[in-house]
Design a protein around this ligand. Sequence first.
Ligand code: 3EB
Length: 317
Amino acid sequence: MRIFYHPTERLAELLDRHDLLGIVGYGDGQGACPWQGRAPYQAVALAPQGPPVCEVITGGVAEAGMRHGVRYAHDGEWLFAAVAVGAKGSIAAGAVDAYGRILRVAEEEGYGCLIRAWQYFPDIHAADEGLERYRQFNRGRHRALEGYLARGGIRPAASCIGTRSGDLSVHVLARRVPGAAIENPRQVSAYRYPDTYGPRAPDFVRAMKVASEEGASLWISGTAAIVGHESRGPGDMEAQMAETFANLDALVACADLGGDRRVVATKIYIRGDGALPPLPDPWNAAPALVVRGDICRPELVVEVEAVVTGGGHGRTE
Ligand code: 3EB
């Protein structure tokens, strides 16, 4: 399993590859699909800094398909699955629909353990029947995951970001065997947030640790300047960066990845047109994708997700 960023303009270079699990395209959400290959392609309406870019997820020899509106590919170990549903109406209903379809396909294909989820939809702060759409989304996600959790499923690591336009876009990585949930000692678990943040807490874990033949990997959720359950440094990029990376460091320290750990990819979401200060060690060692989007609390201006490997090697291209 590898992740790398590739210019959208040169996507045709990947057409002959048989190891593609999924491609996620970051751009303005306009224009024709730039990908003509078999692997699932998920368009996300978040503008990157610089020209349009794709996140490419590769594994072993992959088999691709489409069912229940879900595009997917799997390699015997990992499943990538992606769906887009309309986001103009109830986003709670959208979450039920999107997660419902993805879970069906994941379970039918034998990859019933969610590891990592990415969720993007427009107008995340707008009100719907008196409740912010992000909070509505959490209601729907909870309903969608109830059966999965009752069967002993573990919440995935996640990111949830507001876009300017487009559908509700959900894509996941899932496996045949469960990962290990890692929580952050500096933060209240998101699924235990008090109801001052909405009637349903967000169903995700701070990170998911996976052991495979290649070594261990840690899939870190979108991480922001939240300590306990409260936001720090409202609107202040420098202050939020410091808390965010303190959170990331604490999480990695808890994950017990061994000495030869490596950051292999980071993705940074920034609100508005603020500038991004330099990243601290060791987070600046990996290729970073910077995109603009709405972090799910209005006072938060930056959120960082990452993949860190250890106990073996982290492959890079
Ligand atoms: C937070 O820690 C910041 O709802 O899936 C980060 C990652 C956040 C994922 C989600 C929300 C989600 O609460 C927001």
